[in-house]
Design a protein around this ligand. Structure first.
Ligand SMILES: [Ca+2]
Ligand SMILES: [Ca+2]
Length: 276
């Protein structure tokens, strides 16, 4: 319906659809750099572009606006037929389009699933006992973990202070999961597990405050859409440290996956967020 309306508008305005006449800007060599979600494009428009025009531009690639990031002000367009590369090339050539990019897919960093892998032979190697003599962390320091879901009812989570949870996979404020061996729960436990409580494991900085952000699904995969918003969330909600144990699988040299991920990382850097 959007396409029909847009086509009608273009005809009424006496314009030739740009899709047919404007040369397609070439993608950079090697693009797409990473695995991406089929049928989805992330795009940011100039602030001067009106919503009706944004809808019309989306319709020209046979797409609909399916998501808007309030944090980074980008849209996701879901395509109903147009090839993703073709749509991105087209959008990059439009006036008012600041960038258009693939919705790349990241994966949780590998960790063995042995029961007591997290049982921490490495702590002496990084002089953790000596560091604990100096500090166990402070409630005033907010440590964000953007990862798979978390186990808030775990026996070693008693007393951990949590602020501003968000789930950018489910689009809700509950980033918990019941999936077995969640990578997020492992990472969060390594950082913040209740320590010296005779239960489970010890955390590196157990007195810090925890900001749980779910950006990876129960399979350990996450889109740039979710990850970029998760990074932006940590900055707007006051995190000082952000852990991202995830990456894009690389078959060749790593490439900058571009916006919105690069935008989110740059903003976090400007807010002096320490990355882990
Ligand atoms: Ca949820
Ligand atoms: Ca413990």
């Amino acid at each position: 319906m959007h396409r029909t309306l847009a086509t009608l508008m273009v005809v009424l305005l006496g314009l030739t659809p740009v899709f047919a006449t404007k040369p397609l800007p070439l993608l950079k060599t090697g693009e797409p750099f990473y695995e991406f979600v089929p049928g989805q494009v992330l795009v940011k428009f100039a602030p001067t572009i009106k919503t009706a025009d944004i809808t019309a531009i989306a319709a020209q690639v046979d797409g609909e606006l399916s998501y808007h990031s309030a944090l980074l002000d980008f849209y996701r367009i879901d395509l109903s037929g147009t090839d993703v590369e073709e749509a991105i090339s087209f959008l990059r050539g439009q006036d008012g389009v600041l960038w258009a990019n693939f919705n790349y897919i990241a994966h949780a960093a590998y960790t063995p699933n042995d029961t007591y892998y997290g049982y921490q032979w490495h702590y002496p190697r990084i002089n953790m006992p000596q560091a604990w003599d100096i500090t166990l962390g402070s409630a005033s320091v907010v440590v964000a973990v953007a990862d798979m879901g978390f186990y808030f009812d775990h026996e070693d989570w008693t007393g951990v202070q949590t602020v501003h949870p968000y789930d950018f996979v489910g689009g809700d404020t509950d980033p918990s999961t019941t999936v077995d061996d969640s990578h997020g729960a492992h990472v969060a436990g390594t950082i913040l597990a209740a320590t010296n409580n005779s239960v489970g494991v010890a955390g590196v900085a157990p007195l810090c405050t925890f900001m749980p952000i779910r950006v990876l699904d129960d399979e350990g995969s996450g889109t740039t859409q979710a990850i970029a918003d998760g990074i932006a969330w940590s900055g707007t909600q006051g995190a000082e440290v952000l852990n991202l144990s995830l990456g894009y699988p690389v078959s060749g040299p790593p490439q900058d996956p571009g916006p919105p991920l690069s935008t989110a990382v740059a903003r976090a850097y400007l807010k002096n967020i320490v990355g882990e």
